[in-house]
Design a protein around this ligand. Structure first.
Ligand SMILES: Nc1ncnc2c1ncn2[C@@H]1O[C@H](COP(=O)(O)OP(=O)(O)O)[C@@H](O)[C@H]1O
Ligand SMILES: [Mg+2]
Length: 230
């Protein structure tokens, strides 16, 4: 697979393991417990895109973007390009959600980022890298697992149909064994966790990356001012 088919993270070794980066035009799932560095890795990926002059979009479903920007934006890897990333906050009044449909979800996208997504879901500009942090908020709002699975499937299909290179973040509850329904619909899955490798450390696993012969063991990493380092 050549450079054309990937969107690099900018972490040399991780990119190498992933066959050059995240699959262009496809969807990657980044799943892990809180505090493992999912948001940082997502932003690292966007920062790398911004440095390459790509249009990068970050959608927060939890914390308002001003706060996200002031917290992570101070980190060295993001400082110089924070203003080149498009930041959005997607919030929804639960009262408006029932009954929940894909069309309603598209409207939330549109209302949260009117310059990017039209009411009918059409993309109004070319987006090179898209992060949704996190889909767990949507899962919690919908609460019905079958409906959630259906909506997520439709969202992924819609983004794929529009050629959007997407990173979906999923918060895994420590005790929850049922995470990752989404993993069946995506081309790549990265799993981040605190693990005991003779002393606790952060480590990730590449659970899936179509077309690439990747490592399957735990890959320890640290979080630094420059982002995730292997
Ligand atoms: N400048 C930094 N240097 C080292 N570690 C940091 C720095 N800033 C934040 N962290 C670590 O990153 C963690 C948060 O990462 P984050 O991406 O927000 O996690 P997640 O999105 O998975 O919940 C914090 O718990 C903290 O330990
Ligand atoms: Mg986060």
């Amino acid at each position: 697979m050549g450079e054309i088919g990937v969107a690099p993270i900018g972490e040399r070794i991780l990119d190498e393991y992933l066959g050059g980066g995240l699959p262009r035009g496809g969807t990657t799932l980044l799943v892990g417990t809180t505090g493992t560095g999912k948001s940082i890795l997502s932003l690292q990926w966007l920062a790398e895109g911004a440095r390459r002059g790509e249009t990068c979009v970050y959608v927060s479903t939890t914390v308002p973007v001003e706060r996200i920007k002031s917290y992570y934006g101070r980190m060295a890897f993001l400082r110089d390009v924070a203003d080149d990333i498009r930041w959005y906050h997607m919030s929804a009044d639960p009262k408006e959600l029932i009954p929940f449909t894909f069309e309603k979800q598209i409207k939330f996208f549109s209302h949260s980022m009117p310059d990017i997504v039209a009411e009918d879901g059409e993309f109004l500009m070319k987006v090179d890298r898209f992060v949704l942090d996190s889909i767990t908020t949507i899962e919690k709002l919908i609460s019905d697992p079958a409906l959630y699975r259906f909506i997520i499937y439709r969202i992924i299909k819609h983004l794929y149909g529009n050629g959007i290179t997407t990173l979906l973040v999923e918060e895994k509850d420590m005790a929850d064994m049922s995470w990752g329904e989404t993993r069946n619909f995506v081309e790549a899955v990265l799993y981040m966790e605190r693990v005991d490798l003779g002393g606790y450390t952060r480590a990730m696993k590449i659970l899936k990356r179509y077309g690439v012969d990747h490592p399957i063991d735990w890959i320890p990493y640290t979080i630094t001012e420059n982002g995730i380092k292997l």
